[in-house]
Design a protein around this ligand. Sequence first.
Ligand code: ZN
Length: 146
Amino acid sequence: MNDLLLIHAPVALSQENLDKMISGFKLKFARQKLKNELDKEKNLLDLAKLLNKQYFNNGLKIDSIEYSTNQNSRFGCCNYRTSKILISHKIGLMPKWVRKYVLMHEMAHLIQPNHGRRFWDIVSRYRLTERARGYLMAVGASNLLD
Ligand SMILES: [Zn+2]
């Protein structure tokens, strides 16, 4: 598929505003494209199903889990009430074993909303938890999980 961006704009629009508009559109399309690629290549639902089976005895009900390209300050979030999980596209670009930890983290929130001892007991079922936390710390992102 060719990426063609066709914009109709009023003649009265200044070049400066037009440029702003175009870069805004470009960014939006680039994000959507990345999200589509990640959804296809690094599907979160497949991985979540695997983890659910392996670590939760298929006991978790996940309403939806998908990438988000507009979470710049967070790597993941989980809505405990609606069982919807969002994972930053940045995680999609990291190694799979780190992605697994982030999923484990958010999935554990479906059982335990806070970061108490019970929460970490659940997350630690994944044996690379500490290593993944170290990885995120090294890339300056350890505090971005909720
Ligand atoms: Zn958390």
